[in-house]
Design a protein around this ligand. Structure first.
Ligand code: KG4
Ligand code: ZN
Length: 353
């Protein structure tokens, strides 16, 4: 089965071809037009997607050495994300499916991230046989879930305010870094001292105020943001410039140590020996290293997507569409956009409804 995946939920325009579960092409174009604004401007994102969607799709099909007529299924992100941005990819994909007389499969963006560590890009990465704990950390979401082999999953924790990626981007903006600041902080942190300043870690064992963190898998990053802002206001520009790498490393460590502590606690409390990380923030080298060390200590197997599959990409959309079809999901001819996340706590089956 040959599936074309389309992803336009935020600021990456992407198209990919997956043949029998294996990635044949994955073209990703990251929009640069937002960097001057310190965040994604929704209208600009939609316009950029519209400008690029046809050529990116053509490139994905050409790189896979096929013609559009050979496609069996067209899949696209249906949400959550920016409504106008999703609309561009979703309408394009549905129009293409209609024109080619092929079925269409809508895919939930976050579910696609959850399964991204198991993308086959020439090398098979099988999901664990039993359940695994998934930490899904992106610019808009921070979710801890327990995922079963049958693709059903239970959300056990989420952010109460900012997402982890947002914490990177907004504190990075305070340091004068361009959007998205996550990768910039990552690079700077590699040269800095993470113990330079201790920023707060809300809802964890290291939190000064909360004693009820045990068994609570929710996250909170808005306090960290405020703490960085007020601390920076007390420093001179010269001091900040001199210690930029140390400050970046301290911010990164504050975020990473919370993510690692909660994930390990979740695995321990459920007696689960497999953990995965996914979403844009899972590209962070500090998180990858710290999570690996913590998992090794607990004899937990860690599953991580290749960095190209951490941030938004269409390979994960086409891959999950294939998995869903193989599990009996019916393709549709049309589907309405679903821009808002609805991850009510409780068990649900990925896209199988
Ligand atoms: O999954 P993603 O590409 O898009 C969303 O679905 O949101 O995630 C984007 C987020 C941004 O906040 C970006 O700063 C962050 O992922 N990110 C990183 C790194 N690479 C991307 N954060 C920290 N370190 C990185 N290396
Ligand atoms: Zn994403």
């Amino acid at each position: 089965m040959i599936i074309l995946g389309i992803e336009t939920s935020c600021d990456e325009t992407s198209a990919a071809v997956v043949r029998d579960g294996r990635v044949e092409s994955n073209i990703v174009s990251s929009q640069r037009c937002h960097s001057a604004f310190g965040g994604v401007v929704p209208e600009l994102a939609s316009r950029e997607h519209e400008r690029l969607i046809v050529s990116i799709t053509d490139s994905a099909v050409t790189e896979a050495n096929i013609t559009k007529n050979e496609l069996d299924v067209i899949a696209a992100t249906a949400g959550p994300g920016l409504i106008g941005a999703i609309m561009v990819g979703l309408c394009f994909a549905q129009g293409l499916a209609y024109a080619l007389g092929k079925p269409f499969v809508p895919v939930n963006h976050i579910e696609a991230h959850i399964f991204s560590p198991f993308i086959n890009d020439g090398e098979a990465h099988h999901a664990p046989r039993g359940s695994f704990v998934s930490l899904t950390v992106s610019g808009g979401h921070t979710l801890l879930s327990v995922v079963a082999h049958d693709l059903s999953y239970e959300v056990i924790g989420r952010t109460l305010d900012d997402a982890a990626g947002e914490a990177f981007d907004k504190t990075g903006k305070m340091l004068g870094l361009p959007y998205p600041a996550g990768p910039e902080i990552d690079k700077l942190a590699a040269k800095g001292d993470r113990g330079f300043h201790k920023f707060p870690r809300a809802l964890t064992s290291q939190s000064q105020t909360s004693k009820s963190y045990l068994g609570n898998f929710d996250f909170s990053f808005s306090g960290l943001k405020t703490s960085v802002l007020t601390w920076l206001q007390k420093q001179t520009p010269e001091f900040i410039e001199l210690h930029l790498a140390d400050i970046a490393a301290s911010i990164q460590w504050a975020i990473v140590s919370v993510l690692v502590e909660k994930t390990i606690l979740a695995a321990r409390s459920r007696g689960i020996k497999s953990v995965s990380i996914a979403g844009g923030v899972s590209a962070n080298s500090g998180l990858r290293k710290a999570m690996k060390e913590a998992c090794d200590k607990e004899c937990i197997t860690l599953y991580i997507p290749g960095t190209v599959y951490s941030t938004d990409n269409a390979a994960m959309i086409a891959t999950l569409a294939g998995v869903k079809l193989s599990r009996g999901m019916q393709a549709e001819h049309s589907y309405n956009i679903a821009p808002y996340a609805s991850f009510a706590a409780g068990r649900r089956k990925a896209g199988l409804k």
